[in-house]
Design a protein around this ligand. Structure first.
Ligand SMILES: Cc1cc2nc3c(=O)[nH]c(=O)nc-3n(C[C@H](O)[C@H](O)[C@H](O)COP(=O)(O)O)c2cc1C
Length: 167
């Protein structure tokens, strides 16, 4: 699933990077890893300030997701470029993105150099979700009201409305 990760520089100025390479890695403590290329501006910011937020975008944000994945925060303010709204986070300095349906606030727990990317492992210190987009009975995203952005590669994307239970 494709996400928008927010991070900040030392003065608190926020940036957004689109990432498809993410994965949960632990329940206790709750850890999620992101893989960020060494040349990305966000790599520098996360290395310096050691906090970020994983924001989950709905399908209707596809164009903005792509924009944040082709332009660099070194030269442009992506919040204004993409027309996204910064919402203060509960526990970390990087803001959440209001238009996204779920937010995982992360603090650096470990970092692993992996070829030309770094795997930043973050401890989730706060989490929030748009209640309409979550099925609290089954404890899964509610695909009736939320369509994820799935990156297939290059400029190809997909989404899914299909839920299957094996029980
Ligand atoms: C759909 C999509 C997925 C991407 N996934 C990743 C990723 O997992 N890791 C990464 O380092 N860059 C990824 N990128 C590229 C960065 O988002 C892109 O280089 C961005 O412009 C970097 O912004 P920054 O310089 O402001 O940090 C992806 C781009 C797109 C469009």
């Amino acid at each position: 699933m494709t996400v928008l990760v927010t991070c900040v520089d030392k003065r608190g100025k926020p940036n957004i990077i689109t990432l498809a390479w993410t994965m949960p890695t632990s329940f206790k403590p709750p850890l999620v890893a992101i893989s960020v290329g060494h040349k990305r501006f966000s790599h520098q910011l996360i290395g310096e300030t050691k906090e970020w937020v994983i924001n989950v975008p709905p399908w209707k944000l596809l164009k903005k997701v792509e924009l944040c994945g082709i332009r660099s925060g070194r030269v442009i303010d992506k919040f204004s470029l993409a027309g996204l709204t910064a919402l203060p986070s509960e526990r970390v300095r990087p803001p959440r993105i209001k238009e996204c349906i779920a937010h995982l606030e992360c603090r650096l727990q470990n970092e692993i150099r992996a070829g030309d990317h770094t795997i930043f492992v973050g401890e989730v210190v706060a989490a929030s979700v748009d209640e309409d987009a979550f099925d609290f009975e089954r404890n899964i995203m509610d695909l009736e009201s939320f369509a994820p952005v799935l990156h297939l590669g290059e400029s190809f994307y997909s989404t899914s409305k299909k839920v299957v239970s094996t029980k």
